[in-house]
Write a protein of this length. Sequence first.
Length: 299
Amino acid sequence: MEILIALVGPTGVGKSEVALHIAEHFGIPIINADSRQLYRDIPIGTAAPTQEQRSRVHHYFVGTLDINDYFSASMFEQQVMDLFATEPTICKSQYALLSGGSMMYVDAVCNGIDDIPTIDNETRELMKQRLDTFGLEALCEELCLLDPEYYSVVDRKNTRRVVHALEICYMTGKPYSLFRNNKAKERHFKIIKIGVNRPREELYHRINDRVLQMMDEGLLEEVLRVEKFRGANSLNTVGYKEMFDYIDGLCTMEYAVDRIQSNTRKYARKQLTWYKRDKSVKWFHPDQTEEIIDYIHSM
């Protein structure tokens, strides 16, 4: 494999269909880089590839994990790099295709991720209990004491990042910041980054419609099936949190659906802010599949 095509863009923009066209043109599989689509029991709320789409093109990293399984960007990087080296359909082809909306997962494959120790189950369970007992604010105060350098830059509303930093502090006895060097790793392949986007109103309309489609497809029933696992990190995401509030009687169904739409739009803005910082991304409208393929051939 000589060239990695990294396809990025906001949620709801239509990456899946673009990825299928690219994969079919080059005769290659799709490596999924959506952190929630890895979990097999939540295909509706994560907009996972359908059986029809998966019959058209083979997808890696879709529906491979149980709800409670632990997974991280560093694990994803390692497994994808192993795939590049061992999977005949990839290593014997000129191209590989990575597509998904999880910014850290795409970045881990393109630039590498710091060599941070894998958290053991005992430490993970301990921090989960501390979070449940004391709450995020108390854990932020603890992080300030244990690692003031990381505390000064971390998003203190991002539960996962705060908890992960504390897990490292607890398990190693060292500040999390000592393990972060933020240096890109050298890759043996060329990377072509393709971004797909739409005008804002068009994107927001698609997002709103997709949420309604998820409801029609049975999102509530899916949430009810996995409700007993609601503490799992895999369910700490848009769609499930709002439905749990509805199940708990904290809001109406109409309000929950409205919040899913609003929070999905907010996440799309966050994704675009992240991607727009990367000047190596070449942007297209999702309908420009032929132009995208011509651009890849020209690189």
